[in-house]
Design a protein around this ligand. Structure first.
Ligand code: ADP
Length: 367
Protein backbone atom coordinates (compact mmCIF):
# COMPACT_ATOMS: atom_id res chain seq x y z
CA UNK A 1 0.00 0.00 0.00
CA UNK A 2 1.22 3.49 -0.88
CA UNK A 3 2.25 5.38 2.25
CA UNK A 4 0.27 8.49 3.19
CA UNK A 5 2.35 11.55 4.00
CA UNK A 6 1.71 13.68 7.07
CA UNK A 7 3.33 17.08 7.58
CA UNK A 8 3.87 18.31 11.14
CA UNK A 9 4.73 22.00 11.55
CA UNK A 10 6.00 23.36 14.87
CA UNK A 11 8.80 25.82 15.68
CA UNK A 12 9.93 23.72 18.66
CA UNK A 13 11.97 20.64 17.67
CA UNK A 14 11.06 18.86 20.93
CA UNK A 15 7.33 19.11 20.04
CA UNK A 16 8.03 17.75 16.57
CA UNK A 17 9.91 14.83 18.04
CA UNK A 18 7.10 14.07 20.49
CA UNK A 19 4.41 14.18 17.76
CA UNK A 20 6.53 12.06 15.45
CA UNK A 21 6.70 9.46 18.19
CA UNK A 22 2.95 9.47 18.74
CA UNK A 23 2.06 9.34 15.05
CA UNK A 24 4.54 6.71 13.94
CA UNK A 25 3.12 3.87 11.84
CA UNK A 26 4.07 1.56 8.94
CA UNK A 27 1.40 2.98 6.66
CA UNK A 28 2.64 6.59 6.78
CA UNK A 29 5.62 8.87 6.31
CA UNK A 30 5.94 11.79 8.68
CA UNK A 31 7.73 14.91 7.47
CA UNK A 32 8.44 17.89 9.71
CA UNK A 33 9.00 21.63 9.34
CA UNK A 34 10.04 24.19 11.96
CA UNK A 35 8.56 27.24 10.19
CA UNK A 36 5.71 28.19 7.90
CA UNK A 37 8.18 28.95 5.14
CA UNK A 38 9.84 25.53 5.16
CA UNK A 39 6.38 23.94 5.43
CA UNK A 40 5.36 25.70 2.20
CA UNK A 41 8.45 24.35 0.46
CA UNK A 42 7.54 20.81 1.50
CA UNK A 43 3.92 21.36 0.47
CA UNK A 44 5.06 22.20 -3.04
CA UNK A 45 7.31 19.16 -3.30
CA UNK A 46 5.02 16.46 -1.81
CA UNK A 47 1.43 15.35 -1.78
CA UNK A 48 0.18 15.32 1.81
CA UNK A 49 -2.80 13.50 3.26
CA UNK A 50 -2.88 15.78 6.31
CA UNK A 51 -1.06 18.70 7.92
CA UNK A 52 -0.76 19.30 11.66
CA UNK A 53 0.11 22.91 12.42
CA UNK A 54 1.10 24.55 15.67
CA UNK A 55 -0.91 27.77 15.90
CA UNK A 56 1.71 29.82 17.78
CA UNK A 57 4.85 30.13 15.70
CA UNK A 58 7.10 33.21 15.60
CA UNK A 59 7.55 34.10 11.89
CA UNK A 60 4.34 32.92 10.33
CA UNK A 61 1.48 31.84 12.61
CA UNK A 62 -0.32 28.57 11.98
CA UNK A 63 -3.37 30.48 10.78
CA UNK A 64 -1.28 32.51 8.32
CA UNK A 65 0.21 29.31 6.94
CA UNK A 66 -3.30 27.84 6.59
CA UNK A 67 -4.44 30.97 4.79
CA UNK A 68 -1.59 30.61 2.31
CA UNK A 69 -2.49 26.96 1.79
CA UNK A 70 -6.10 27.93 1.07
CA UNK A 71 -4.84 30.39 -1.57
CA UNK A 72 -3.28 27.72 -3.77
CA UNK A 73 -5.13 25.13 -5.85
CA UNK A 74 -2.56 22.47 -5.00
CA UNK A 75 -2.90 22.75 -1.22
CA UNK A 76 -6.45 24.03 -0.73
CA UNK A 77 -8.00 20.63 -0.20
CA UNK A 78 -5.48 19.27 2.31
CA UNK A 79 -7.09 18.79 5.73
CA UNK A 80 -5.49 20.73 8.55
CA UNK A 81 -5.41 19.98 12.26
CA UNK A 82 -4.38 23.00 14.32
CA UNK A 83 -2.47 22.26 17.49
CA UNK A 84 -3.21 25.00 20.00
CA UNK A 85 -2.66 25.81 23.67
CA UNK A 86 -5.81 27.92 23.80
CA UNK A 87 -8.03 25.18 25.19
CA UNK A 88 -11.53 25.26 23.70
CA UNK A 89 -11.27 29.02 23.11
CA UNK A 90 -14.21 29.77 20.85
CA UNK A 91 -12.69 32.75 19.07
CA UNK A 92 -9.62 30.73 18.11
CA UNK A 93 -11.81 27.86 16.99
CA UNK A 94 -13.92 30.21 14.93
CA UNK A 95 -10.91 31.90 13.36
CA UNK A 96 -9.54 28.55 12.32
CA UNK A 97 -12.77 27.25 10.87
CA UNK A 98 -13.24 30.48 9.00
CA UNK A 99 -10.08 29.67 7.11
CA UNK A 100 -11.54 26.29 6.22
CA UNK A 101 -9.64 24.36 8.89
CA UNK A 102 -11.06 21.00 9.72
CA UNK A 103 -10.06 20.23 13.29
CA UNK A 104 -8.22 21.20 16.44
CA UNK A 105 -6.07 19.47 19.01
CA UNK A 106 -5.66 21.14 22.40
CA UNK A 107 -2.52 21.06 24.51
CA UNK A 108 -1.63 19.21 26.63
CA UNK A 109 -2.04 16.59 23.94
CA UNK A 110 -3.56 13.23 24.72
CA UNK A 111 -1.76 10.54 22.72
CA UNK A 112 -4.96 8.57 22.26
CA UNK A 113 -6.92 11.55 20.89
CA UNK A 114 -4.08 12.63 18.59
CA UNK A 115 -3.76 9.14 17.18
CA UNK A 116 -7.44 8.55 16.65
CA UNK A 117 -8.07 11.94 15.04
CA UNK A 118 -5.15 11.49 12.67
CA UNK A 119 -6.30 7.95 11.82
CA UNK A 120 -9.75 9.21 10.86
CA UNK A 121 -8.22 11.74 8.46
CA UNK A 122 -5.89 9.15 6.96
CA UNK A 123 -8.79 6.77 6.39
CA UNK A 124 -10.78 9.53 4.65
CA UNK A 125 -7.75 10.33 2.52
CA UNK A 126 -7.36 6.68 1.47
CA UNK A 127 -11.02 6.35 0.60
CA UNK A 128 -10.90 9.53 -1.47
CA UNK A 129 -7.82 8.27 -3.34
CA UNK A 130 -9.49 4.94 -3.99
CA UNK A 131 -12.58 6.65 -5.36
CA UNK A 132 -10.45 8.88 -7.61
CA UNK A 133 -8.63 5.83 -8.95
CA UNK A 134 -11.91 4.04 -9.63
CA UNK A 135 -13.34 7.05 -11.47
CA UNK A 136 -10.16 7.27 -13.53
CA UNK A 137 -10.32 3.56 -14.38
CA UNK A 138 -13.95 3.88 -15.39
CA UNK A 139 -13.17 6.88 -17.58
CA UNK A 140 -10.29 4.97 -19.16
CA UNK A 141 -12.60 2.07 -19.81
CA UNK A 142 -15.22 4.34 -21.42
CA UNK A 143 -12.55 5.95 -23.55
CA UNK A 144 -11.12 2.65 -24.81
CA UNK A 145 -14.60 1.19 -25.34
CA UNK A 146 -15.70 4.20 -27.36
CA UNK A 147 -12.57 4.08 -29.52
CA UNK A 148 -13.20 0.39 -30.19
CA UNK A 149 -16.83 1.04 -31.07
CA UNK A 150 -15.92 3.49 -33.80
CA UNK A 151 -14.96 0.97 -36.45
CA UNK A 152 -17.86 -1.53 -36.23
CA UNK A 153 -20.23 1.40 -35.99
CA UNK A 154 -18.83 2.92 -39.14
CA UNK A 155 -19.39 -0.46 -40.84
CA UNK A 156 -23.02 -0.65 -39.72
CA UNK A 157 -23.66 2.92 -40.90
CA UNK A 158 -22.07 2.45 -44.30
CA UNK A 159 -23.74 -0.90 -45.02
CA UNK A 160 -27.19 0.25 -43.95
CA UNK A 161 -26.75 3.37 -46.09
CA UNK A 162 -25.65 1.17 -49.04
CA UNK A 163 -28.65 -1.08 -48.49
CA UNK A 164 -30.91 1.95 -48.58
CA UNK A 165 -29.30 3.25 -51.77
CA UNK A 166 -29.25 -0.04 -53.64
CA UNK A 167 -32.48 -1.70 -52.54
CA UNK A 168 -34.48 1.27 -51.21
CA UNK A 169 -36.65 1.46 -54.32
CA UNK A 170 -37.55 -2.23 -54.27
CA UNK A 171 -38.72 -2.18 -50.62
CA UNK A 172 -42.29 -1.53 -49.51
CA UNK A 173 -43.04 1.42 -47.22
CA UNK A 174 -42.53 -0.60 -44.05
CA UNK A 175 -39.15 -1.86 -45.26
CA UNK A 176 -38.08 1.70 -46.08
CA UNK A 177 -39.14 2.84 -42.63
CA UNK A 178 -37.09 0.08 -40.95
CA UNK A 179 -34.02 1.18 -42.86
CA UNK A 180 -34.65 4.81 -41.93
CA UNK A 181 -34.76 3.84 -38.24
CA UNK A 182 -31.53 1.86 -38.57
CA UNK A 183 -29.73 4.74 -40.31
CA UNK A 184 -30.90 7.27 -37.75
CA UNK A 185 -30.02 4.99 -34.81
CA UNK A 186 -26.53 4.37 -36.19
CA UNK A 187 -26.02 8.12 -36.70
CA UNK A 188 -27.10 8.89 -33.15
CA UNK A 189 -24.82 6.25 -31.74
CA UNK A 190 -21.91 7.54 -33.86
CA UNK A 191 -22.46 11.08 -32.48
CA UNK A 192 -22.57 9.71 -28.95
CA UNK A 193 -19.34 7.76 -29.43
CA UNK A 194 -17.61 10.86 -30.88
CA UNK A 195 -18.85 12.92 -27.92
CA UNK A 196 -17.55 10.34 -25.44
CA UNK A 197 -14.15 10.35 -27.12
CA UNK A 198 -14.12 14.16 -27.07
CA UNK A 199 -15.10 14.12 -23.39
CA UNK A 200 -12.23 11.78 -22.48
CA UNK A 201 -9.77 13.79 -24.56
CA UNK A 202 -10.76 17.07 -22.93
CA UNK A 203 -10.73 15.63 -19.42
CA UNK A 204 -7.46 13.70 -19.63
CA UNK A 205 -5.52 14.91 -22.64
CA UNK A 206 -2.46 17.06 -22.16
CA UNK A 207 -3.00 20.83 -22.22
CA UNK A 208 -0.80 22.85 -24.50
CA UNK A 209 -0.90 26.44 -23.37
CA UNK A 210 -0.19 29.10 -26.01
CA UNK A 211 -1.31 32.66 -26.57
CA UNK A 212 -4.53 32.37 -28.57
CA UNK A 213 -6.27 35.20 -30.35
CA UNK A 214 -9.87 34.58 -29.27
CA UNK A 215 -11.24 36.56 -32.22
CA UNK A 216 -9.38 34.31 -34.68
CA UNK A 217 -10.53 31.19 -32.82
CA UNK A 218 -14.16 32.35 -32.88
CA UNK A 219 -13.98 33.18 -36.59
CA UNK A 220 -12.75 29.64 -37.31
CA UNK A 221 -15.67 28.24 -35.34
CA UNK A 222 -18.14 30.41 -37.25
CA UNK A 223 -16.62 29.14 -40.48
CA UNK A 224 -17.10 25.54 -39.33
CA UNK A 225 -20.70 26.29 -38.37
CA UNK A 226 -21.51 28.21 -41.55
CA UNK A 227 -24.01 25.61 -42.83
CA UNK A 228 -25.96 25.58 -39.53
CA UNK A 229 -25.77 29.40 -39.34
CA UNK A 230 -27.25 29.91 -42.79
CA UNK A 231 -29.85 27.12 -42.36
CA UNK A 232 -31.14 28.75 -39.18
CA UNK A 233 -30.67 32.31 -40.52
CA UNK A 234 -28.59 33.01 -37.42
CA UNK A 235 -26.52 36.11 -36.79
CA UNK A 236 -23.46 35.81 -34.57
CA UNK A 237 -21.64 38.98 -33.51
CA UNK A 238 -18.73 39.57 -31.13
CA UNK A 239 -16.79 42.30 -29.33
CA UNK A 240 -13.73 42.83 -27.08
CA UNK A 241 -12.21 39.39 -27.61
CA UNK A 242 -8.73 39.26 -26.04
CA UNK A 243 -5.54 37.30 -26.54
CA UNK A 244 -5.72 34.48 -24.00
CA UNK A 245 -3.12 32.06 -22.65
CA UNK A 246 -4.94 28.74 -23.08
CA UNK A 247 -5.07 25.45 -24.94
CA UNK A 248 -6.24 26.70 -28.34
CA UNK A 249 -8.04 23.54 -29.57
CA UNK A 250 -9.91 23.37 -26.26
CA UNK A 251 -10.95 27.03 -26.48
CA UNK A 252 -12.19 26.33 -29.99
CA UNK A 253 -14.20 23.36 -28.74
CA UNK A 254 -15.65 25.51 -25.96
CA UNK A 255 -16.80 28.25 -28.35
CA UNK A 256 -18.10 25.65 -30.77
CA UNK A 257 -20.27 23.89 -28.17
CA UNK A 258 -21.66 27.12 -26.70
CA UNK A 259 -22.44 28.71 -30.06
CA UNK A 260 -23.97 25.53 -31.50
CA UNK A 261 -26.30 25.39 -28.48
CA UNK A 262 -27.10 29.10 -28.74
CA UNK A 263 -28.22 28.55 -32.34
CA UNK A 264 -29.88 25.18 -31.69
CA UNK A 265 -32.12 25.96 -28.70
CA UNK A 266 -34.32 28.52 -30.40
CA UNK A 267 -37.99 28.57 -31.27
CA UNK A 268 -39.65 30.82 -33.80
CA UNK A 269 -37.31 33.76 -34.27
CA UNK A 270 -33.94 33.63 -36.04
CA UNK A 271 -31.08 33.12 -33.56
CA UNK A 272 -29.13 36.21 -32.50
CA UNK A 273 -25.94 35.42 -30.63
CA UNK A 274 -23.44 37.85 -29.19
CA UNK A 275 -20.06 36.93 -27.73
CA UNK A 276 -18.37 39.48 -25.49
CA UNK A 277 -15.51 39.56 -23.02
CA UNK A 278 -14.90 41.79 -19.99
CA UNK A 279 -11.40 42.25 -18.66
CA UNK A 280 -10.96 42.24 -14.88
CA UNK A 281 -7.84 42.67 -12.79
CA UNK A 282 -6.73 39.06 -12.91
CA UNK A 283 -9.34 37.37 -15.08
CA UNK A 284 -11.43 37.51 -18.24
CA UNK A 285 -15.18 36.90 -18.19
CA UNK A 286 -16.68 35.75 -21.49
CA UNK A 287 -20.41 35.93 -22.19
CA UNK A 288 -22.26 34.08 -24.95
CA UNK A 289 -25.72 35.60 -25.10
CA UNK A 290 -28.61 34.21 -27.16
CA UNK A 291 -32.27 35.01 -27.77
CA UNK A 292 -33.38 31.36 -27.62
CA UNK A 293 -35.81 29.39 -25.47
CA UNK A 294 -33.95 29.95 -22.18
CA UNK A 295 -33.43 27.53 -19.30
CA UNK A 296 -35.60 27.20 -16.19
CA UNK A 297 -33.67 28.72 -13.24
CA UNK A 298 -34.09 25.46 -11.29
CA UNK A 299 -32.08 23.59 -13.95
CA UNK A 300 -29.23 26.03 -14.46
CA UNK A 301 -26.70 24.08 -12.38
CA UNK A 302 -27.79 20.60 -13.56
CA UNK A 303 -27.28 21.28 -17.27
CA UNK A 304 -23.50 21.00 -16.85
CA UNK A 305 -23.85 17.37 -15.66
CA UNK A 306 -23.02 14.69 -18.25
CA UNK A 307 -26.09 13.45 -20.17
CA UNK A 308 -28.44 16.00 -18.63
CA UNK A 309 -30.94 17.60 -21.02
CA UNK A 310 -33.33 20.35 -20.04
CA UNK A 311 -35.44 20.07 -23.21
CA UNK A 312 -36.92 17.19 -25.22
CA UNK A 313 -34.52 15.29 -27.40
CA UNK A 314 -37.16 14.72 -30.09
CA UNK A 315 -37.26 18.45 -30.70
CA UNK A 316 -33.61 19.42 -30.40
CA UNK A 317 -31.51 16.25 -30.66
CA UNK A 318 -28.24 16.03 -28.74
CA UNK A 319 -26.83 13.71 -26.08
CA UNK A 320 -26.26 16.07 -23.16
CA UNK A 321 -22.45 15.93 -23.21
CA UNK A 322 -21.63 19.29 -24.82
CA UNK A 323 -21.88 21.42 -21.69
CA UNK A 324 -20.08 18.93 -19.50
CA UNK A 325 -17.21 19.09 -22.03
CA UNK A 326 -17.36 22.92 -21.68
CA UNK A 327 -17.22 22.62 -17.89
CA UNK A 328 -14.17 20.32 -18.04
CA UNK A 329 -12.39 22.70 -20.40
CA UNK A 330 -13.02 25.74 -18.22
CA UNK A 331 -12.09 23.92 -15.03
CA UNK A 332 -8.87 22.60 -16.53
CA UNK A 333 -8.05 26.26 -17.17
CA UNK A 334 -8.80 26.98 -13.49
CA UNK A 335 -11.94 28.90 -14.31
CA UNK A 336 -15.67 28.56 -13.71
CA UNK A 337 -18.70 28.40 -15.98
CA UNK A 338 -22.34 29.25 -15.32
CA UNK A 339 -25.52 30.29 -17.10
CA UNK A 340 -27.90 33.19 -16.55
CA UNK A 341 -31.48 32.84 -17.79
CA UNK A 342 -34.93 33.85 -16.62
CA UNK A 343 -36.31 30.68 -18.16
CA UNK A 344 -37.91 32.13 -21.26
CA UNK A 345 -36.03 35.03 -22.76
CA UNK A 346 -32.75 33.63 -23.99
CA UNK A 347 -29.72 32.47 -22.02
CA UNK A 348 -26.28 33.87 -21.36
CA UNK A 349 -23.51 31.36 -20.83
CA UNK A 350 -20.57 32.91 -18.97
CA UNK A 351 -17.13 31.60 -18.20
CA UNK A 352 -14.38 33.25 -16.21
CA UNK A 353 -10.75 32.25 -16.62
CA UNK A 354 -7.60 33.63 -15.00
CA UNK A 355 -5.42 35.89 -17.15
CA UNK A 356 -2.35 33.96 -16.09
CA UNK A 357 -2.10 30.92 -18.37
CA UNK A 358 -3.42 27.80 -16.71
CA UNK A 359 -0.85 25.98 -14.66
CA UNK A 360 -1.12 22.27 -15.28
CA UNK A 361 -1.19 19.72 -12.52
CA UNK A 362 0.01 16.24 -13.39
CA UNK A 363 -2.76 14.18 -15.01
CA UNK A 364 -2.89 10.87 -16.72
CA UNK A 365 -3.33 10.68 -20.45
CA UNK A 366 -5.99 8.48 -21.88
CA UNK A 367 -6.28 9.45 -25.51
P1 ADP B 1 -27.06 18.66 -25.86
O1 ADP B 1 -27.04 19.99 -26.56
O2 ADP B 1 -26.34 17.60 -26.60
O3 ADP B 1 -28.43 18.25 -25.40
P2 ADP B 1 -25.52 20.01 -23.81
O4 ADP B 1 -24.71 19.41 -22.71
O5 ADP B 1 -24.82 20.88 -24.79
O6 ADP B 1 -26.23 18.79 -24.52
O7 ADP B 1 -26.69 20.83 -23.14
C1 ADP B 1 -27.44 20.26 -22.08
C2 ADP B 1 -28.83 20.85 -22.06
O8 ADP B 1 -28.79 22.24 -21.67
C3 ADP B 1 -29.51 20.86 -23.42
O9 ADP B 1 -30.13 19.62 -23.67
C4 ADP B 1 -30.50 21.99 -23.27
O10 ADP B 1 -31.66 21.53 -22.62
C5 ADP B 1 -29.80 22.97 -22.35
N1 ADP B 1 -29.13 24.07 -23.10
C6 ADP B 1 -27.82 24.15 -23.47
N2 ADP B 1 -27.57 25.31 -24.11
C7 ADP B 1 -28.73 25.98 -24.16
C8 ADP B 1 -29.13 27.27 -24.68
N3 ADP B 1 -28.25 28.08 -25.28
N4 ADP B 1 -30.41 27.64 -24.53
C9 ADP B 1 -31.30 26.84 -23.89
N5 ADP B 1 -31.00 25.62 -23.38
C10 ADP B 1 -29.73 25.19 -23.50
Amino acid sequence: MEKAKILVVDDKPENLLALQGVLRGDDRDILTATSGRSALELLIAHEFALVLIDVQMPDMSGFELAEMMRGSDDTRAIPIIFVTAGAADNSITFEGFDLGAVDFLYKPLSERIVRSKVNVFLELYRQRRLLQQQVLQLERFASIASHDMREPLRMISSYVTLLERKYGTTLDDEGKEFIRYAVSGAKRLATLVESLIQHARVTHGELEITKADCKGVLEEVLQDLSVLISEKKAEVTYSNLPILGCDRPQLRQLFQNLITNAIKFTQDRPPRVHVDCAEEESSFTFRVEDNGIGIAPTLTSKIFDPFFRAHQRDRFGGNGLGLSVCKSIVERHHGKIWVESNGTDGSTFCFQVPKQPAHESARSHVT
